[in-house]
Write a protein that binds this ligand. Structure first.
Ligand SMILES: Nc1ncnc2c1ncn2[C@@H]1O[C@H](COP(=O)(O)OP(=O)(O)O)[C@@H](O)[C@H]1O
Ligand SMILES: [Mg+2]
Length: 307
């Protein structure tokens, strides 16, 4: 397996391009340290991508957001019969589309904050939705386009602007309490991390500016909470049909009841990102983590009789 030529897909055209380039750089270094031959590929350039994809044995997807996390690159790689890390096309699509995922959570009674969807025609009905609430693009990440509304009337202009950008918005009741994230790697559920952003919520700046958020690894919580959160993350991972890795974001209310916000199928992958942090706490180094993801993808391919 060590002689495999791995293409690290990173960059792309999504709003999370900058983060993805950082993830891709770290993954490429990790894989090199693990002994693989590595090539970084940026799908922003379609012609170059086509040529480069033909030269690799396996793709490590370090793309975030549209074009990477939404199932489209997975579909393309499957068609080219190139094995790739992480979730398949369907799971990726479901997890990335927050509304599709919330429908599944509701159906399976996985606790998630009360929600609705509005568009340019019916947004005024938000006057009747219990504030404070969060407004989010139905499919995006890194907290891009996410904002908190305390008062509907005062935020109307902001909502109209967001609708003009996205067409449709997911609206979710704010859960006031603490915030956690739980990573899954293969059959293992990783230690719970608590996030304590210094701003009002875990927005883009809190995510990517050093010192703007305190991370507590492992989270200082009772054993029973830890077990409940990890079980919940496992249920989410299975409910969405995810594979190999994911990171489930959740918030708790004042009584410690957890509510799932979303599952990330390609979470941040810099050495400082949350899933690598949780893996580190579980004794798995960054290069060990990169190696395992390649192994899982390669073994799947072998089981399917293709490699
Ligand atoms: N219903 C909610 N209650 C409390 N905080 C929320 C809620 N929805 C979102 N947030 C805050 O906004 C952040 C981003 O929301 P999330 O749904 O995870 O979107 P993204 O895909 O952009 O990460 C969360 O990490 C959390 O800090
Ligand atoms: Mg999130």
């Amino acid at each position: 397996m060590d002689s495999l030529k791995v293409g690290v897909l990173c960059g792309g055209r999504s709003s999370e391009r900058a983060v993805s380039l950082r993830s891709g750089r770290a993954v490429a270094q990790g894989l090199k340290r693990a002994g693989f031959r590595v090539r970084r590929i940026d799908p922003k350039n379609p012609r170059q991508t086509r040529t480069l994809l033909r030269q690799i044995d396996l793709a490590f997807i370090a793309l975030h957001g549209h074009g990477g996390e939404d199932g489209s690159i997975q579909k393309r790689l499957s068609a080219l019969e190139i094995p790739y890390t992480g979730s398949g096309e369907r799971g990726s699509r479901l997890a990335f589309h927050k509304v599709e995922a919330k429908k599944i959570f509701d159906r399976l009674k996985i606790p998630t904050p009360e929600w609705t969807v509005v568009n340019r025609k019916n947004w005024k009905r938000l006057a009747g939705f219990p504030a404070p609430f969060f407004v989010k693009p139905v499919a995006d990440g890194s907290s891009i386009g996410v904002f908190l509304v305390e008062d509907f009337k005062r935020s109307a202009v902001k909502i109209i602007h967001a609708l003009s950008c996205y067409g449709e918005l997911l609206v979710e009741r704010q859960i006031k309490g603490r915030e956690f994230t739980v990573g899954i790697l293969g059959r293992k559920t990783l230690p719970v991390i608590e996030l304590r952003p210094k701003r009002s919520f875990y927005d883009y700046r809190s995510k990517y500016t050093r010192g703007m958020t305190d991370y507590l690894v492992p989270a200082p919580i009772p054993e029973a909470w830890r077990r409940r959160f990890q079980q919940l993350a496992g249920r989410v991972h299975r409910a969405l049909g995810l594979r190999d890795l994911s990171r489930v974001d959740l918030v708790t209310d004042s009584k410690g009841r957890p509510y799932v916000l979303e599952a990330n199928t390609i979470p941040g992958f810099t050495e400082l990102s949350l899933l690598p942090k949780a893996a580190g706490e579980a004794g798995i180094s960054f290069e060990g983590l990169c190696r395992r993801l390649v192994e899982m993808a390669w073994l799947r391919e072998k089981r399917n009789g293709k490699a």
